[in-house]
Ligand binder design. Structure first.
Ligand SMILES: Cc1cc2nc3c(=O)[nH]c(=O)nc-3n(C[C@H](O)[C@H](O)[C@H](O)COP(=O)(O)O)c2cc1C
Length: 216
């Protein structure tokens, strides 16, 4: 991207960040690097400073294997639905890898606890989702910090919350919001996988910006 080099390095990290599935090399992550990345996530903004996130680190092969088998089932269910609507889209989807659960160095499950901060969270009264938004901001911090450290991260959402809750003994009403595959990588791709495989392209930036009202 032209001009990025002269800007603050944060912009370069934002441009380099990718959702990674294919490029994991599976080397261990140095503990100080992992600490920095998790601590960056923990510095995220949150509604009423509720800090509703937690991070469950999953290194064990058996748990990862069980999760990967569940994700494979959910992927197949989506592929079947897609196939009934459009065989062409299904053929495109069949070429796309949607997770690197086994190949990554570590799984990080980010959870959300809407109870955190008590019943009167400052700023959450009219928009309950602001709690969840906060947890997602922690994920974005984690993603950018991982990129800055030269690691790759892939978000996996092909799962049922109840399955992951049982797998990791997450108590109700805490929600598992994401399984993040974090790890050392050979490289980060220049283009998003979904674009490379012809699934979907980025909208023109100008289409996303409106002036004064939605329709203008
Ligand atoms: C909420 C969320 C859920 C996602 N779930 C998956 C997933 O299950 N599998 C996958 O391969 N990518 C997943 N992604 C990654 C997106 O496909 C990816 O961000 C998008 O294609 C743009 O590519 P980029 O992140 O490399 O720029 C998810 C991303 C988000 C934000």
């Amino acid at each position: 991207m032209s001009g990025v080099g002269s800007l603050h390095p944060l912009y370069e990290v934002i441009a380099r960040r990718r959702d990674v599935r294919e490029e994991f090399t599976g080397e261990p992550i140095p503990p100080d690097v992992l600490d920095r990345v998790l601590s960056a996530a923990h510095q995220a903004p949150s509604v009423g400073m509720s800090q509703p996130w937690d991070f469950v680190l999953v290194a064990g092969a058996t748990t990862r294997e069980r999760f990967a088998a569940h994700v494979a089932q959910e992927r197949a269910a989506f592929a079947d639905e897609l196939g009934s609507a459009s065989p062409e889209r299904r053929a495109t989807f069949d070429r796309i890898k949607v997770e690197g659960i086994r190949e990554s160095s570590l799984g990080i499950v980010v959870t959300h606890d809407q109870r955190r901060g008590g019943p009167h969270v400052l700023g959450r009264r009219t928009i309950a989702d602001t709690g969840l938004f906060s947890t997602v901001l922690a994920i974005q911090n984690l993603w950018l910090a991982a990129t800055a450290e030269g690691l790759g991260l892939g978000w996996v959402s092909f799962y049922r919350e109840e399955f992951l809750r049982d797998l990791l003994a997450i108590p109700e009403p805490v929600r598992p919001v994401a399984w993040l595959c974090l790890g050392t990588v050979s490289h980060l791709a220049d283009t998003p996988d979904l674009e490379r495989h012809g699934w979907r392209v980025r909208r023109p930036f100008a289409d996303a910006v409106h002036h004064e009202s939605w329709s203008s």
